[in-house]
Structure formats: C-alpha cells, structure tokens
Design a binder for this molecule. Structure first.
Ligand code: NAD
Ligand code: ZN
Ligand code: ZN
Length: 394
C-alpha cells in the first residue's frame, strides 16, 4: 500500500510499504477514506525528530471503511464506516473506566513513562503506524472506533478523531464562569473549533489571538473578537483592555511548543533536533525545549483566580515557568492529550445535526490525494495559500 512516511527533518514522502495485518484478536484493518494533517504532525517535522525513525508512517486523524476484523471485535463488521480516535484506549481499565482515555493503562507506553499509545506519534507513544496511508491496523477496535452512518459526509466526522474533541475538552477545562470571557491563543484548526465550540456553548465574549490574517478573519466570522499579535505591543495588555482591565476569566492555549516569539529558544530547539539522536533525546528530556511565548502570554493575560486550559502540546522537562506569577495570581491550570472517546458520543450528535452548527464542512481549506501530502505538509507549516486545514484522500 501507499503511505506517508517520515524520512528526516522536514522530509516526508509517499512510500510503498507492506499492508498491515491483524496481529491481535481485538485489531481491525481500516481502509482510509479521509485523513487530515494536524498541528501535532508539524512537531514531528521538527522538534520531535529524535523520536522518529526513517520510514515511520505518520497520521493520527483518519476515518474509513472496516476491511477486516479480528475474532474478538464483536461491535464492527467489514464494510462498517468508522472514525478512529487518535489515542488508543482499551475502554475497560482503571483509567478508561474513569473517562481518562488518554491515560489508558492497557496501552500506556511504560518504557517511555508516557500515557496511552497514539497513532503515528513517535517512539514516545508506542511507534504505532499512523493513518496517512491507504490502510491502518487499529488496535483495540473492540472499543475505539466510532461507527458512522454511510450517508454522512467525511468532512464533518473526520474531526471527531482529534481536533473537535480537543477543542471541546479545552473549552470544558477552561471552566468559563457564567457570563464570563474566554481568550483563545492560537487560531489554527484547534483554536478555530474552540472559538466555535465556546460560542455554541453560550460563552459570550470569546477573543482569539493569532498572527495570520486568514485565521484572525475566520475566527471573527464565527463570533470572536480578535487581537493580532503583530499589531499590539503586549497581548496581555490588549486582552486586559477588552476585559475591564482584569484579564479574561479563562484562557485556552492552542499553540504549543513551537510558538512564534522566542528566537533564543528557537535556536536551542533547532540545534537539539539536529543533534545525534541519543544526545538530542537527552537534551529534550533535561533542558527546556519549548518555545513558551503562547503559554507565558496565557499566564500573564488570565485574570487573578482564573483558569488556563492548555491544548497545545509541550515536551520539555525543565522549561522555565513563571511560578511566582502563577502562584501569586492563584491560577488554575488543566492540560493534556484529549480523552477523545469521552467526548465522541455527545459530539457525534452535535456533528450529525442537519445544520452543521460548527460549520465543519467549511473548515478545510485544501483537499487532495494522499500523493500530495509532502507539499501539503509544507503549505500547512508555512500557512501559505490561506491554508488552515488539509484533508487528504488515499
Ligand atoms: N491536547 C491534544 O490532545 C491536542 C490535540 C490536537 C492538537 N494539539 C495541539 O494543539 C496545538 C494547535 O494545533 P493546530 O492543529 O491548531 O496547529 P497550528 O500549528 O495550525 O496552530 C497554531 C496557531 O498558533 C499561532 N501562533 C503561533 N505562535 C503564536 C503566539 N505566540 N501567539 C498566538 N498565536 C500563535 C499560529 O499562527 C497558528 O495559527 C498544537 O500544539 C497541537 O500539537 C493538541
Ligand atoms: Zn491531531
Ligand atoms: Zn484502558
């Protein structure tokens, strides 16, 4: 089959690789009909390179048709249409039974001291071949995949694999009080859906922050006030000005470790990513490797006693954090990988509504065959050609 493989820093290619086969009785094989590129994939291009091997198949946002099921998969049959959550969870362990699917104790990657295994996401998360491919082996298919009707559009449901539940969880964790305000830092696909989810949930004042024209404009179309990071001296001051001088009640950080705005950290990260793998891993595990601009902005901007909800992915172990400010302001923080399966039942119903309230069908700006994935990765990284979300068809 054809699959998108990682080859090196900033280098992904379409390769001919062996078809996946059922290995465990709870596996199924899915023939992918749509797969998306995520901001999380961009970290693989760069910072997380030391945890990849040339030939690794990327992709964790995908859906398709079940081709074959293992003997213990009673809930699915060949021909069923499914969307697959990016984290692999068993559905029965101590963590799963508490809705903490991103921490599944059956798939936890213990040799790396990490949570649940993820599709297409490095040796840190189990080196599981991903879904930017014609076929994927889906472990724990007796629990993970969400079954869909056949006549539903791919484009709405594909986002149940990751960005919609991630944005939704981010808004829930932001814990905006009645009548309160939410700032969303970063208006990529996750930030866009967070803006829409927040408005849908009745949060009146939603403020989006980014530095890309189309992304700011799209958030405004969906009811956000926006702050252009390029045109204000200090984002925290700009947000305080919009919120009675106090700062937003809650801030949702949807940028992650590669934030713009810190050239020194940028240099350290770039050097770490290029170092020989063992040295690079050591650096990542013992030095702060994250560019913390968006996170520090969130902490500065949130009002005293407010909540910071972090959806963006971070990876350093020794990042300098403004502990004095966090403590003095009495800030609450929640973060982590999304527990996708915890939100899919309620979100499935929301997505299936005739009116597409979250306007999911118009989020993708680019669509094309999987063979165009290498160019699409570059375009998404550079945010060129108005690119906000790319969907590929194998
Ligand atoms: N927690 C989870 O389970 C989960 C799931 C999916 C994605 N993510 C993470 O969420 C983040 C966003 O993902 P995405 O797909 O929307 O990616 P993206 O890279 O398209 O979006 C990031 C946005 O942040 C903006 N940005 C960069 N620096 C900024 C700054 N200093 N201030 C304000 N805005 C800034 C960029 O212009 C871009 O629009 C990534 O870190 C991704 O890894 C986490
Ligand atoms: Zn994703
Ligand atoms: Zn589990």
């Amino acid at each position: 089959m054809k699959a998108l493989t990682w080859q090196g820093l900033g280098d992904v290619r379409i390769d001919e690789v062996a078809d996946p086969v059922i290995k465990d009785p709870t596996d199924c094989i899915v023939r992918v009909t749509s797969t998306a590129i995520c901001g999380s994939d961009l970290h693989l291009y760069n910072v997380l390179a030391p945890y990849l091997q040339p030939g690794d198949i990327l992709g964790h946002e995908f859906m398709g048709i079940v081709e074959e099921v293992g003997p213990e998969v009673g809930n699915l049959r060949a021909g069923d249409r499914v969307v697959v959550p990016f984290n692999i969870s068993c559905g029965r362990c101590w963590m799963c039974s508490r809705g903490l699917f991103a921490q599944c104790e059956t798939t936890q990657v213990r040799d790396q001291n990490k949570g649940a295994a993820l599709f297409g996401y490095t040796s840190l998360y189990g080196s599981v071949p991903g879904g930017q491919a014609e076929l994927v082996r889906v472990p724990h298919a007796d629990f993970g995949p969400v079954k869909l009707e056949h006549d539903h559009e791919d484009e709405r449901y594909l986002y149940l694999s990751d960005i919609l539940p991630t944005a939704w969880q981010g808004v829930q964790y932001a814990d905006v009080p009645e009548g309160g305000s939410l700032a969303v830092i970063g208006l990529g696909p996750v930030g866009q859906l967070a803006v829409r989810a927040a408005r849908h949930l009745g949060i009146e004042q939603v403020i989006g922050v980014d530095l890309v024209d189309e992304r700011l404009a799209l958030a405004r179309e969906h009811g956000a006030t926006t702050v252009d990071r390029r045109s204000v001296k200090d984002v925290g001051d700009a947000l305080r000005e919009l919120t009675d001088g106090r700062g937003p009640d809650s801030v949702l950080e949807a940028v992650g470790m590669e934030a713009h705005g810190n050239p020194v950290a940028h240099g350290i990260i770039a050097t770490a990513a290029r170092a020989p793998k063992p040295l690079a891993r050591k650096t990542i595990e013992t030095v702060g490797i994250d560019r913390l601009d968006a996170l520090h902005t969130s902490i500065d901007a949130v009002r005293r006693g407010g909540t910071v909800s972090i959806s963006g992915v971070y990876g350093g172990s020794a990042d300098p954090m403004p502990m004095l400010t966090l403590f003095d302001k009495g800030v609450q923080m929640r973060m982590g990988q999304c527990h996708v399966r915890r939100w899919t039942p309620e979100l499935h119903d929301l997505v299936a509504g005739a009116d597409d309230v979250l306007a999911l069908e118009s989020l993708a700006t680019h669509r094309g065959p999987l063979s165009e994935a290498p160019d699409a990765y570059r375009m998404f990284r550079e945010k060129s050609d108005g690119c906000i979300k790319v969907i590929l068809q194998p």
